[in-house]
Design a protein around this ligand. Sequence first.
Ligand code: FAD
Length: 314
Amino acid sequence: MTTLAVVKNGNKEKNVKIRELFQKNRFSLSFEIFPPKREGNLEPLYRTVGELLPCRPSFISVTYGAGGSTRHKTVEISEHIKSELRQEVLAHLTCVESTRRDIDTILGELTDRGIENVLALRGDPPKGEETFVRPEGGFGYANELVEFIHGMNRFCIGVAGYPEGHPEAPSLEKDLENLKRKVDAGADFVITQLFFVNDHYYRFRDRALGAGIGVPLIPGIFPVFNFGQIARMTALCGAEIPSRLFEKLDRISEKPEEVEKYGIDYAIRQTDDLLENGIPGIHYYSMNRSDHILRIFRSLSLPERFSGEEKESR
Ligand SMILES: Cc1cc2nc3c(=O)[nH]c(=O)nc-3n(C[C@H](O)[C@H](O)[C@H](O)COP(=O)(O)OP(=O)(O)OC[C@H]3O[C@@H](n4cnc5c(N)ncnc54)[C@H](O)[C@@H]3O)c2cc1C
């Protein structure tokens, strides 16, 4: 179809479905950004994305606000990155407080803007609620959303995976069964929750392979740059913080520059180890900052298969 992106920019590049990168054995590099909570000027965010582009990312992923609070911004920001910055995007989408019709509308808006890659998520319970309740006329689990999107036959679909288990899952085995449901429903790749101990990822990968999950599992790395944030993030998702990381950050917590430097060095060491152990790509939670991501990027030796033909045609 003729997309708005093509019309607006005269941009003749073909859209890239992320799964095509993996089919061609390309290495994918991606950065996650989130829409600002407050309404207003999106220029600072676009500037940050612009600063990340020299890294030649395979895609930028744009989160979907908790409780769907920033849903229109996800579409708007994804469109801008795609059509103005000419960068492939992955738009996140959750089931929170949405009917099938709502979801259908958003998917239609994405298609109208030439966006073909979606990260299909259930989402967390809305604010003030303990458990996720299936919205009336909507979806209760991400696998149902994947099935719905897959049935449209026009999107490449990513899903979330949890090396240390999703906090609500009764066991790692059950959680893996549920991940398999998402893949069986049509997911093309998985991006993992952040982790600080690579062995969790390696064990997750082995278990996934054993369970017949054959799609790429892209590790998600969160570069720490402030001490309070690491405690908040891990409380939220349950990731193990190795004691040497915690103690070191605790010791230097009053010295922001040192915390940042240590966080960056840690992310570099983590990534180097992952690269040595064969990964299909790497995804960084940027927290809407470019400086630390650029510092990490400069220190990495990404595999040769990173610079693919999609990039050459730019
Ligand atoms: C890479 C990544 C990106 C994210 N982006 C966002 C975002 O943009 N916006 C946002 O709000 N949140 C985001 N999240 C957070 C995510 O929404 C939460 O972790 C949420 O609690 C679970 O979403 P899910 O898609 O993994 O859910 P699901 O896969 O549905 O799993 C949720 C829980 O239910 C269980 N389960 C799954 N399917 C079934 C089933 N059929 N029957 C019984 N149990 C089942 C699972 O084991 C798990 O415990 C992201 C997480 C990751 C890892």
